[in-house]
Structure formats: structure tokens, C-alpha cells
Design a protein around this ligand. Sequence first.
Ligand SMILES: Nc1ncnc2c1ncn2[C@@H]1O[C@H](COP(=O)(O)OP(=O)(O)OP(=O)(O)O)[C@@H](O)[C@H]1O
Ligand SMILES: [Mg+2]
Length: 367
Amino acid sequence: MGFFTKILKSKSKSVIGIDMGSSVLKIVQVKKVKGSAVLETYGALKLGSYAKKELGRSVNLTKDASVRALNVLREAINSDASIAGFSIPFRSSFIYLIDVPAVSDQKLAQIIPFEVRKYISIPIEEISLDWSVVSDVIVDDQSTSSGYGDTELEKPNKRKVLFVATHNKEIKKYKEIAKESKVDTKFFESETSSTWRSITSVNRTPVLIVDIGANSTKFYVMEHGVILRSLTIKQGGETVTEIIAYEKNISFEKAEQMKMELGLGIESDETVKAIKNVLIEIFTEANYVISNFETKYKKTISNTIFTGGGSTMKGLVSMSREYIRTQTELADPFSSLKHPLAMSSSLRESGAEFTVAIGIALRLLEY
Ligand SMILES: Nc1ncnc2c1ncn2[C@@H]1O[C@H](COP(=O)(O)OP(=O)(O)OP(=O)(O)O)[C@@H](O)[C@H]1O
Ligand SMILES: [Mg+2]
């Protein structure tokens, strides 16, 4: 799969957000023009054949195969930018929200490595650490209010810090891919941070984000860019394709094609029922995460945002409204990029596949 949408030529630097998912590679190239982020080109490439598997399968690619796929896609969409950022899968990072003593930022930098040791057993030399102090709103709401009323004595004696630890081995793999693909990589970040940046213009916090990928669905409740609850299940777009292949006795690739074209509009009541059973499982987990969060944090989630290729299946989001007890919507990450009006409706329908890549590209524009 590949698109070519060259839109503008001007002098500022073009950048590319690269999201190497387990089944599909996504790239979005943008540049800043008169202060606005402008879409230049974008595309997606199914990775199955790069590991001798069917298109639509999730795969674990070798470094060489990843480099090849990246080069093929960049060429197919005529992407000429070399400043890049990569996403790191959620599963490869440990993300914690921790309480630390209320000390200055400078002191914090010194104590964080010691605090982190309390939470992870991997030797500190083997991980890359990224951390940020979470807004005081959360500090006040959670556990540190003194309870003495609205006086100046009410200073939090703790600060909340979000830290992301990624195994160096995982980052090394991406660094090598980047080097061989001759891109100048500015950062590697957890896909959850990229997602947040992409959807932040439309969310009302806290929100539940449901990322339906190929072999898994990731659920995370986020507020102020922080993950407060998360869950991953082993059902995703690939499960749906397998069910269609089984019900209709056709090949996986044929079923994949049929799913992408028709979604829940596919023929035969039995097949639709079987697909709906998978979706109901996903929606049930969503409700579970919502309840779990609301009980613990005494806050209400009013929105669930679907993202990832699997969530663009025809009929999925409208079906979710019957099951999920918050409002639900499909992420529309292209809305934060300038693009021709004529493309708006198709980008709204299928753009949720590119949420992570767009989030990375937006951060690159700040460099
Ligand atoms: N129009 C569509 N209708 C139905 N399913 C679709 C559509 N477009 C993409 N998908 C499905 O989305 C899934 C891939 O989504 P995505 O690209 O978000 O996954 P990924 O990033 O590779 O996976 P992960 O995030 O789990 O590593 C595939 O199962 C694919 O069949
Ligand atoms: Mg993904």
C-alpha cells in the first residue's frame, strides 16, 4: 500500500515521523510554513511480505528487512526529508508515575535515578531514562493535599514524576535501522507520547485511548499527557481477519482485503456476528478500564478515542456507541496539519492509522 501526495514546496526543513508498527510501517512528512504544520506526503506499507508472511500479519522484522521496508516506502511516497523521529512500542517501555520529595528541578535530576531503582529491577546502566514532572493539578488531585483548607500552608510535600524507561537493547535496534536508512534521528519516543500530542487538540481530559493494532489492542487512560491506567489485550485487526478467513473459508490475504473494504458491512450474518464478538470483547475491556480508573481516581472519563488502523474498520466506532458508556470518537490526527480541503473527508475516515507518525512529526517541528 502506498500513497503519493506531494503538496507543497517551500524553504523550511521537512521532517518525517516514522511509526514502525508490528504489521504496518507508517510515515508522515510535514514542514512548517508560516507557523503552521503542513502535510507534504504520507504513506503506509504492510510488512508481512518482509518476513515471508501474508500481508496484514504482524511480524518481527530483522534490521535489514526494516531498512528495506523503510527505503521502499520513502521512495514510494517521494519522501525527501532526512530529519526523523521514531516511535518505540508501548510494550518496550516501562512507564511509571511516581511520588518523589518536593525538591528543586536541579535536585530532582540527581535523585531520579535512585528513585527509579525502587521501581525497576533491570540495572540502571541497561536502560535509557526519560522523565518529566507532572502538572501540579494532578499532584493536588491525588494524594498530597494537606487537607488544611485553602491556605498557603497547603504546599505539596511530594512531586509527581512520570518516567519512561526503555531498554537500551531496544533503542539500539532502532538506532541501527535509522543509521542504515541514512536519516538524521532526533529522538525515539514511546508511541503513547506521540499519540497524546496528535490528539491533544480534540480531547477533554481524562480520556481513554484505544489503539487497535494488528495483534493487540492497547488501552490507556491519559490526563495531561500522563498514562494513569493501561491494559493490553491480544485481540486486534489480525484476529478479525482470521475470523473472516475461517467463516468464509478463504485465504488470510483475501479476508484482509475484504475486511478493509467492507468492515461490518461484510456479507453473511454469521460472519458479522463473529466479528462483532471480537469487538464486544474490546469494548468490554474498555468499560473495565474506565470503571477501574474512575473508582481509583474518583474522576469521570467522558470520552473514548479510537486510534490505530484496526479502529478505522467500517462500522466499528458507531457500534462502540452501543457498548461503551462514554462518548466515543475516531481520532482525526490529520486535522492538526494543513492539507487540501478535498482530502479532509478521506483523511478523517482513515487517518487514525497515522496518529503516532503525526505525533512524532509534530514534535520534530519544534527542533
Ligand atoms: N480500513 C480498514 N478496515 C479494517 N481494518 C483496517 C483498515 N485499515 C487498517 N486496518 C487494520 O489495522 C491493523 C493495523 O493497524 P496499525 O497499523 O495501527 O497496526 P500496527 O501499528 O502495525 O500494530 P501495533 O500498534 O499493534 O504494533 C491491521 O489489522 C489492518 O488490517
Ligand atoms: Mg501501532
